[in-house]
Ligand binder design. Sequence first.
Ligand code: S3P
Length: 429
Amino acid sequence: MPSNDVLVRPAARFGGRVRAPGDKSISHRYAMLAAVADGSSVLHNFAPGADARATVACLRALGVEIRADLPTLTIIGRGPGGLCSPKNPLDAANSGTTARLVAGLLAGLPLTATFIGDASLSRRPMERVAAPLRRMGARVSLDAGHLPMRVEGGSLEGIDYEPAVASAQVKSAVLLAGLHARGRTRVIEPVPTRNHTGLALRLFGAAVELSGGTTAIEGGARLHAVEADVPGDLSSATFWMAAAAGLPGGSVEIEGVGLNPTRTAILDVLRRAGAVVEVAAEQGLREGDEPRGRIVVRHGSHQAFTIAPGEVPGLIDELPALAALATFGGSMSVSGAGELRHKESDRIAALVRGLAALGADVDERTDGFEVCGGRRLHGGTADAAGDHRLAMAFAIAALGAAGPSVIQGADAVDVSYPGFFETLTALSS
Ligand code: S3P
């Protein structure tokens, strides 16, 4: 078997206690803000995956000193004027968050940088961040809407911006540019997305208003260094929750996991899918701190569930795991999720292909998919298509199959969850 393939055997039992790795979205944001803050920030439980490493590498290339004693990072902030133009292109690797958010961070600084990425990132749309950054006054050029993206920063004016797509990355790029812009920058979202950038900006000392779908930042604030503990990644934990919900007798307890309300829609959907879900939030947060706590998920029953278009932005990274859950029984239908086609893979096509290869009854739609959980998977070979969340979703679905499965390209999990398969082995028997 090629070294990047993994064999997953059916499980009779699934359960235990686990801590998810540090949240990827929050880690990117803390590292970027620490880089332009005054003083040394200490970030505990920093995300271990390749995406977060790409952000660290880009910040180092911009002249920021970062000491890694993983999972703790110490970032020596250089203040808003302290970054320098990199000698070489900034390589965002597989990470859309790195390319889009660092572009926003640099747009209002007097430097020039070119972003490149791997084959997957080079296919993903970048005009969505280039357009608002240009409107604010930066010069941004793309190659037919894609990387390489050259950003020539300069003095920016705050704008009011209504993104055409529900995207936390677009919102964040505009807000980070707004940090270095004159006046006020507002992002108005028709459907709210994750608010980690607004919270992080507050934690580091910026004046940010957060209300419903509107986030506003006053430009020109100097950020101060922080010591912060990144909560566990709820999107990574979702794979364990889906396995526990799917397998009769399954149960999992996840400690120290992020409970930001803009990310917890998954918990309601798990309940709709028939799972028993208990949540205990930790108390005593500081201004800007990310909510966190303990989640217990137990198998209850298998129910059919539907994800409506308005729910999709709050669940965008959880849809592959939910599809895996639906293969255990019940069924799932999602629409209004065309954004999935612009992720690390065409996540609708590759998800449907992989689940079908394992024996699922699954239908592709232009803007979503349907899984009929009425028949047990036989097991088979599913190609992760270079996509970390698909590798993990296929592995979870394979636990419920009648026979063994092979996940091709399983090493993609390193993007967000190094050690995923070791934990899978520890939790299943
Ligand atoms: C992310 C936002 C989401 C999500 C991605 C991480 C972020 O992307 O899918 O994994 O950190 O802001 P979009 O905002 O582009 O949908």
